[in-house]
Design a protein around this ligand. Structure first.
Ligand SMILES: [Zn+2]
Length: 176
């Protein structure tokens, strides 16, 4: 079911762009988007938060995850006011996808390897399975391809993806 993005919700979102620290650095930008999502969780609805996999990234500690250089994620803080807040999307879904993609872009680390299917960018994630087993995997940013660190195809089924930061990758012997 599609949900219309009401003017009221959109205006409250735009107010984020007018707050003093929103664009001062990547960590603050991340916090601003998350803070808006949290304060409108009831209006957005838990089903939508889950559907767009926002629940996994709303409660991480930003300073441990947010990548503080645009070379990692290609996001320019000078452009975000227009890109994120400039045009009202028709549906709530579109807005949530826009926010979700940006939040993930701000925290996910590229492996600098290309996807064998579509040549897209492979990024590091922590996959958590039903039996609580956690594994570091690489997932393509453009298609659904997922592989193990040795390059073999991931076939074990994933319950949920979680972000993984530099320190955790290094601790697990992954060279980045
Ligand atoms: Zn791909």
């Amino acid at each position: 079911m599609e949900k219309i993005l009401t003017d009221e919700l959109w205006i409250s979102f735009i107010e984020t762009a007018h707050k003093t620290n929103t664009f001062s650095n990547y960590e603050n930008y991340y916090k601003s988007l998350v803070s808006w999502l949290k304060s409108h969780k009831e209006t957005i609805g838990d089903d939508f938060i889950e559907r767009y996999e926002l629940d996994t990234i709303l409660y991480i500690t930003p300073k441990d995850y947010v990548l503080e250089s645009s070379e990692y994620h290609g996001i320019s803080l000078l452009m975000e006011k227009d890109r994120m807040f400039g045009r009202k999307p028709e549906t709530l879904e579109s807005l949530l996808m826009r926010i979700r993609d940006t939040l993930w872009d701000l925290i996910t680390i590229s492996s600098k390897k290309d996807c064998p299917v579509c040549e897209g960018e492979l990024r590091y994630f922590l996959a958590k399975q039903e039996n609580h087993i956690e594994k570091i995997v690489l997932e393509c940013a453009s298609c659904t391809w997922t592989e193990n660190l040795d390059g073999s195809e991931w076939k074990e089924g994933i319950i949920q993806f979680y972000p993984i930061n530099k320190a955790e990758l290094l601790k697990n012997g992954v060279q980045i």
